[in-house]
Design a protein around this ligand. Structure first.
Ligand SMILES: [Fe+2]
Length: 187
């Protein structure tokens, strides 16, 4: 049987109404996001179109009125995007749909005690390659980068507890070792 976006959203609402938050919510969402990605009947060609300025394409499948339960499809172009390491300020689940995306996780290396409150040293610590059938979750302050390492445009299904452009979230500059507020819809 198929699994529709509407059924997925109903399941997200049900899990949330059961009181699941943060990482517990993300863990519960993972198998459902994988199921929706694998169903793929919701996929349209338009979702593969790339915004030439950003090098990515974003299609919104769902968002509640309060901008929670944000479900989007992200298309990554072939070129090297160099999106800086960032967090989302909310839980996130990413399921592969097409192509191969390398999801690299970064960790804070400093203890946050520097006199400059925006000082932040980060280093890449691990990566997971995501294709159709793979799904990962990230916690509110998990820092990541994404690279399209396959052929052609890649697609992935992203679900966030809250639209990341309405959360307090940060990007990390690895040259200056400083963090700053991020307000770009890269997902
Ligand atoms: Fe992200």
């Amino acid at each position: 049987m198929g699994y529709t976006v509407n059924e997925y959203v109903s399941d997200l609402r049900r899990l949330r109404s059961e009181g699941l938050v943060d990482n517990a919510m993300a863990e519960a969402v993972k198998p459902l996001a994988k199921k929706l990605a694998e169903d793929g009947s919701w996929l349209t060609e338009k979702m593969s179109s790339i915004n030439s300025d950003m090098g990515v394409g974003i299609s919104v499948l769902h968002e509640e009125h309060d901008q929670s339960l944000n479900v989007i499809v992200v298309a990554w172009g072939e070129k090297d995007l160099h999106v800086p390491p960032h967090d989302h300020g909310t839980w996130a689940v990413v399921a592969g749909v097409r192509g191969i995306e390398r999801n690299t996780l970064w960790d804070r290396q400093d203890d946050g005690s520097h006199e400059d409150p925006d000082y932040a040293e980060v280093a890449a610590v691990s990566h997971t390659d995501i294709s159709l059938g793979d799904v990962i979750s990230m916690e509110t302050r998990h820092i990541h980068t994404v690279d399209n390492i396959g052929e052609g445009i890649s697609l992935s299904l992203h679900t966030y507890g809250q639209n990341p452009n309405t959360t307090e979230r940060f990007q990390y500059d690895t040259k200056t070792n400083r963090k700053k507020v991020l307000k770009v819809n890269f997902g």
